[in-house]
Design a protein around this ligand. Structure first.
Ligand code: ADP
Ligand code: MG
Length: 307
């Protein structure tokens, strides 16, 4: 049995109780699974064709200076139990220290086997709403931004239910949707510099009735290419929609260098995890985060699930 299969086998076995301590465990070990695991998880699903989309403007590739600056409410983040630059060595900060390491290494490793050249594009997803995608995406982004050598772009790509601003204490400004809809807008016009110097935020932008189709459109593909090319030294973290309720998440996943799948302790079912792994395709770049666990030590969970 593969590592992923063993981990999946443990999922959903506990009692259904509300999560207490926010504990997250990296499942980066999943990348070391034996060859027989491939059949279990490497079954990419073609995304549905997207026809009903407004004419896609060409992406403006002229770089401009990102000008607007916003203040992330660090006290709010701290009160929400999230990673903050001055928050010290909290359990959550320690967990994300472990989680980010393999992602950073792979992002800039030309021998990593990520063919697209998008190794620095990291998508955080899960099967259903409420499992902790946004919580993990924001924590991951801040944790990486706190490193001396790395700058981060956090993208709110859950355009139907943007919730990064809620965590950061910001309002949903112009962003991704606006760039996709208006060819005069440049990415730099809507990217927001923040009071965490090495963290830039791209909001979801205005709501649009074709928002989800736009996310799965050719213009989004071009935009992703542009982001990867224009900011090759940045790690770009995408908060994204749930895979089992949307098709655009699968399309996005196919263009990401790395995928982080959030699994909610005692809630996400084996069936859901397997379905997501089938739908997002390539197993080589998928990491699992075991979220909302009540244990404390990451090692305890590596032991329980991956040894
Ligand atoms: N590890 C955690 N510890 C405590 N609360 C968490 C944790 N992960 C997520 N939450 C909370 O669970 C709720 C759903 O999380 P969210 O990230 O918004 O889910 P999703 O983006 O998958 O819909 C939020 O209120 C969030 O603060
Ligand atoms: Mg969310």
């Amino acid at each position: 049995m593969s590592i992923i299969e063993k981990a999946i086998g443990k999922l959903g076995q506990g009692k259904q109780e509300a999560p207490r301590t926010p504990i997250i465990v990296s499942a980066a070990e999943a990348q070391k699974k034996p060859p027989e695991a491939k059949a279990a998880v490497a079954m990419p699903v073609q995304a549905a064709a997207v026809d009903d989309v407004p004419a896609a403007p060409a992406v403006n590739t002229q770089p401009r200076q990102t000008s607007k600056r916003v203040n992330i409410d660090l006290e709010r983040l701290h009160n929400l139990g999230m990673v903050t630059p001055d928050g010290g060595r909290t359990p959550i900060a320690e967990e994300f220290r472990l989680i980010k390491r393999p992602l950073i290494e792979k992002a800039f490793d030309r021998s990593s086997g990520i063919a697209s050249g998008h190794g620095n594009l990291v998508m955080v997803t899960s099967s259903l709403p409420g499992e902790g995608k946004t919580f993990c995406a924001v924590n991951l982004a801040i944790s990486i931004a706190m490193e001396m050598d790395h700058t981060v772009l956090l993208v709110d790509a859950d355009v139907a239910r943007p919730s990064v601003p809620h965590f950061l204490g910001l309002k949903n400004d112009a962003g991704l949707m606006d760039v996709l809809l208006d060819d005069k807008l440049d990415l730099a016009d809507v990217m927001l510099r923040t009071n965490i110097d090495s963290l830039t935020f791209l909001p979801a932008g205005k709501s649009h009735r074709h928002a989800t189709e736009l996310l799965a459109s050719q213009s989004m593909s071009r935009l992703l290419d542009e982001i990867a090319r224009r900011y090759p030294d940045r790690i770009v973290i995408f908060d994204s929609p749930p895979v089992l309720l949307t098709t655009e998440s699968r399309v996005l996943a196919s263009q990401m260098g790395q995928i982080v799948m959030v699994v909610e302790a005692e809630k996400t079912t084996q069936h859901a995890v397997k379905a997501v792994l089938r739908q997002i395709g390539s197993q080589d770049n998928v990491n699992l985060i075991y979220n909302k666990s009540r244990g404390f030590s990451g090692e305890e969970y590596y032991g329980r699930y991956y040894n």
